[in-house]
Design a protein around this ligand. Sequence first.
Ligand SMILES: Nc1ncnc2c1ncn2[C@@H]1O[C@H](COP(=O)(O)OP(=O)(O)OP(=O)(O)O)[C@@H](O)[C@H]1O
Ligand SMILES: [Mg+2]
Length: 226
Amino acid sequence: MIKFINATKKYGRKVVALDNLNLHIRPGEFVSVVGRSGTGKTTLVKALIGEECLDKGQVMVGGWDITRVRQSEVHILRKQIGVIFQDFKLLPNKTLYENVAFAMEVCGKKSSKIRDIVPQLLKIVGLQNKVNRYPHEVSGGEKQRAGIARSLVHQPKILLADEPTGNLDSINADEIIELLLKINKFGTTVVLVTHNREIVNRLRKRVVTIENGTVAHDQVVGKYVL
Ligand SMILES: Nc1ncnc2c1ncn2[C@@H]1O[C@H](COP(=O)(O)OP(=O)(O)OP(=O)(O)O)[C@@H](O)[C@H]1O
Ligand SMILES: [Mg+2]
């Protein structure tokens, strides 16, 4: 599903964010990516969605070589990957419903389809009673759940979550992780970047530890080892 082959990314001359990194993630896996600040985790995520280009090596996603994909084809690839962020990135002047709907509108989806899908997604994440609230009218956990609903609009094969619980208290964080596990059970490959030791240890799933831009540990049922 995801393959990094000798991936190297430098920022300027001195900062080596990814250093010959090799990583293979199979379809349907749930992988936690951990590591100290500045070790390259977000760069890894950005390389996966084509937001940063590698200096060397390859990133394969579902058989596509991202490093070679044509500009005109990027949008096809991007639909296969849902992303959620630490700071939610919701549009403040749109309701939760409109935030999710907007992700479909910009891709030219029919309004009948949008009216059909958006309530379903908001129900999956437990926001059916808050669809008309604005982001500032809901809790952090609810904002993140709206972010997850939005990330699912194209039924992605992969869900990338970069510190999705970083701004949440532990109860809300647990709910978000439960949701990610549920989405994974439906078959979506989940990559969770996190600093949360407790969550990682409780998950008892694969843990990849990044150090200095490369994979330092890769454990099938891993623990947070830093
Ligand atoms: N746009 C940029 N320009 C220059 N250097 C950058 C840029 N983005 C990241 N870096 C540097 O690249 C390295 C890896 O950064 P990255 O954001 O991938 O780390 P991270 O593991 O996600 O850290 P954190 O846990 O703090 O989020 C760091 O040294 C960082 O300072
Ligand atoms: Mg980061």
